[in-house]
Design a protein around this ligand. Structure first.
Ligand SMILES: NC(=O)c1ccc[n+]([C@@H]2O[C@H](COP(=O)([O-])OP(=O)(O)OC[C@H]3O[C@@H](n4cnc5c(N)ncnc54)[C@H](O)[C@@H]3O)[C@@H](O)[C@H]2O)c1
Ligand SMILES: [Zn+2]
Length: 395
């Protein structure tokens, strides 16, 4: 792949704007790019902020010589000797001082306990406000490292290098960072934008099949909520997507990032309700994920099932006819995603409704749902009678 194949998504958030280059096989050469981001945003702002950004590929823009940049690379135990090693080598080759913090792989690392250990590490390495936190990993690493970046000395420059499909199309875009509370997932966090997100789609080739498919659920979600043409693209390119054909992967990643960025740009802090459209399938999905015990269903799998429930609810409300749900089911099935809870899972309706009420996106205890009005458009409804939700869950 040549440099010209790179796709660049801009997230336009005024002074917090950043770029997302989507590239292939470039992690081993990312040091220069990260140095440029660091110079432009934080490290040497007084020297360089008046310069116009250079034009052309992000890869051939040159950074000015600077004092040695310092990074704490945060990754997990599965990636330490894989993609994180490439990033680390590239940083060192570019003259960075780079230390690495390896979190145990898995959701448990999104905890204040782990965050505190990384704060200790930052203190020991005498990190200052120019030290860059570089997250290499999935949503777990990105969310935890982002929270550390947001809070240590009230903010360190932060770079995301997502390595799961879910983190590439969802968690790395939009600035939500955070960790779990023992009683509630994602309950402690901050909105904190990175200075850049580098997506290398070649890194997604090593992802276990189930993790790849779970990420596809969020991709399908973008089509349903925002873009009928993209939904059609997915329907017509099943084989290429399932085979992780590089061009198809790059297209779905770039399109998803652009669609999410469009929403985030208009509602960065989830204040106007617009960002809530991203929650399609999640009110049901979060409840299923939690009640099955985190781990039995991956987040994306729970969202796939949740989208089918939300769409059925829209049918009951007369918002859509059955063909809209059928198209979603066919696409999810073709991508080998679940469309119903596993047969052995028996959840009581009371438990599901109760769990939905706990979701932090509920307002004053009332159940709110994002429902499709056609493929490519959703609306938020806060007035759905609980009896209707119960009837659906029992049907
Ligand atoms: N911040 C947000 O806006 C946002 C949005 C959605 C989800 N999330 C969060 O994201 C987290 C889930 O993220 P995830 O699905 O990426 O899970 P994850 O980070 O746990 O990664 C899944 C598994 O894949 C492994 N892995 C990662 N990249 C790999 C690669 N390229 N090759 C081989 N193995 C690889 C990881 O080590 C891990 O075992 C959840 O905590 C969720 O709350 C956040
Ligand atoms: Zn999600």
């Amino acid at each position: 792949m040549s440099a010209t194949d790179e796709i660049l998504v801009h997230v336009n958030l005024g002074p917090r704007s950043y770029e997302i280059p989507i590239v292939s096989n470039k992690l081993s050469d990312c040091g220069r790019l990260l140095r440029r981001w660091w110079i432009e945003r934080d490290g040497m702002s007084s020297m360089t902020c008046k310069q116009a950004p250079p034009q052309g590929s992000v890869w051939i823009k040159e950074a000015k010589p600077t004092p040695q940049p310092v990074a704490l690379l945060v990754t997990d135990s599965n990636l330490e000797n894989l993609h994180a090693a490439s990033v680390r080598q590239s940083l060192i080759a570019d003259g960075w001082r780079c230390e690495t913090e390896v979190l145990p792989a898995g959701e448990k690392s999104k905890s204040l306990e782990i965050v505190t250990k990384v704060y200790d590490r930052l203190i020991n390495m005498q990190a200052d406000r120019r030290t860059v936190i570089v997250a290499v990993g999935g949503g777990v690493v990105g969310d935890a490292a982002g929270f550390i970046a947001a809070t240590y000395t009230r903010g360190l420059p932060f770079v995301q290098i997502p390595t799961t499909l879910l983190s590439a199309v969802d968690s790395s875009v939009g600035g939500k960072t955070g960790v779990n509370h023992p009683l509630a997932k994602n309950m402690i966090g901050a909105f904190y934008q990175p200075i850049g997100v580098l997506i290398d789609t070649a890194a997604l080739q090593t992802l276990p099949d189930r993790e790849y498919r779970a990420g596809l659920a969020e991709v399908v979600k973008y089509g349903v909520i925002l873009d009928a043409e993209f939904f059609r693209y997915l329907e017509h390119n099943i084989a290429a997507i399932n085979a992780r054909q590089p061009e198809a992967v790059r297209h779905i990643v770039a399109k998803s990032c652009r669609l999410k960025a469009d929403v985030v740009e208009r509602d960065e802090y989830e204040a106007t309700g617009l960002r809530a459209v991203l929650n399609y399938g999640h009110t049901f999905g979060h409840a299923f994920e939690a009640l099955c015990g985190y781990g039995q269903l991956l987040h994306g799998e729970a969202v796939a099932i949740g989208m089918v429930y939300a769409s059925r609810l829209a049918e009951r409300r007369g918002l859509i006819d059955g063909s809209i749900t059928d198209r979603q089911i066919s696409l999810l099935e073709a991508l080998h995603l679940p469309i119903a809870l596993p047969a052995e899972v028996k959840l009581s309706t009371d438990a599901v409704v109760e769990r939905m009420r706990l979701d932090k996106k509920t307002v004053a205890g009332s159940l709110r749902f994002v429902l499709p009005t056609r493929i490519g458009e959703v609306k938020t409804f806060g007035d759905i009678p609980e009896s209707e939700v119960r009837a659906l869950l029992e049907s």
